[in-house]
Design a protein around this ligand. Structure first.
Ligand SMILES: Nc1ccn([C@@H]2O[C@H](COP(=O)(O)OP(=O)(O)OP(=O)(O)O)[C@@H](O)[C@H]2O)c(=O)n1
Ligand SMILES: C[C@](O)(CO)[C@H](O)COP(=O)(O)O
Length: 232
């Protein structure tokens, strides 16, 4: 089998409320460039990725064109799509723009700029075999289930717990079926893999890196900046 055509959907249409920064966090600057530019560069550099579908919010359209697209010469962006009320809806909107010849779809958070291109390639290769893969890292803290009354319910065995990131990579038809089924059932997941799991399809973990953080709250910016300094 020749190299499959691989489409990537990068979702950047959230409003960054937990960052509370006055502008969508994807357009905050890290190491002199918007966060979203760093994310897109990783996909631009990765030979396993053939096209990128970028999902943004309508109110960020001018900002995205001026500060992300105009000055960075991205060649793989096939479509600019407006997102929805939820991450899942934004992903669904992006999925509808994936090229017909795409066999594998890589889904990724725009707010994860520190993804390694090697990890992207590894995910594509593992997905050719398994059909569905997610990047994750073993948790470092003890995790507990806690009730609304703040009382501990249970402490799952830490050796079985992984902190899940993106990219999450799927055979295209599987991801389309998963999103369609979830939409019809009114099921809302916090990641794409949940939609595939509910179909009963196995999902394989690709061990990732702790640096691949999701920039969510202000302290994540400080951590990301220091990671960039270390990489320079
Ligand atoms: N309706 C949404 C919500 C989220 N996302 C994207 O999904 C990724 C992960 O979501 P999160 O980190 O929660 O981003 P926000 O929803 O913007 O953050 P917050 O929950 O703090 O508002 C981000 O790149 C975000 O832009 C999206 O495309 N569309
Ligand atoms: C998809 C994800 O990044 C995996 O950890 C996470 O679930 C996204 O959650 P968010 O609340 O939409 O940031």
């Amino acid at each position: 089998m020749g190299k499959p055509f691989v489409s990537a959907i990068i979702v950047a249409a959230g409003n960054g409320s937990r960052m509370n920064a006055g502008r969508n966090k994807q357009y905050l600057y890290l190491n002199g460039k918007p966060i979203l530019v760093h994310t897109l560069k990783a996909f631009e550099k990765c030979g396993s990725i053939d096209e990128v579908i970028l999902v943004i919010s309508a109110q960020d359209a001018a900002l995205c064109r001026e500060e992300v697209l105009a000055t960075n010469g991205f060649k793989k962006i096939k479509a600019l799509v407006f997102g929805g009320q939820t991450r899942q809806e934004s992903m669904y909107n992006g999925l509808r723009e994936v090229s017909k010849q795409a066999e594998i779809v890589v889904t990724h958070d725009g707010a994860r700029p520190l993804i390694h291109t090697k990890t992207l390639t590894q995910c594509v290769e593992e997905t050719i075999t398994h059909g569905a893969t997610i990047v994750a890292v073993p948790v470092k803290e003890t995790i507990k289930m806690v009730g609304d009354d703040l009382e501990v319910i249970d402490t799952p065995k830490r050796s079985c717990l992984w902190s899940v990131q993106t990219p999450q990579t799927f055979r295209r038809e599987l991801l389309e079926e998963a999103h369609k089924s979830a939409k019809e059932a009114g099921f809302l997941g916090t990641d794409d893999a949940m939609l595939v799991e509910r179909l009963g399809h196995p999902v394989k973990v690709v061990k990732g890196h702790y640096e691949n953080i999701k920039i969510t709250t202000p302290e994540d910016l400080i951590l990301a900046e220091s990671i960039f300094q270390r990489l320079l």
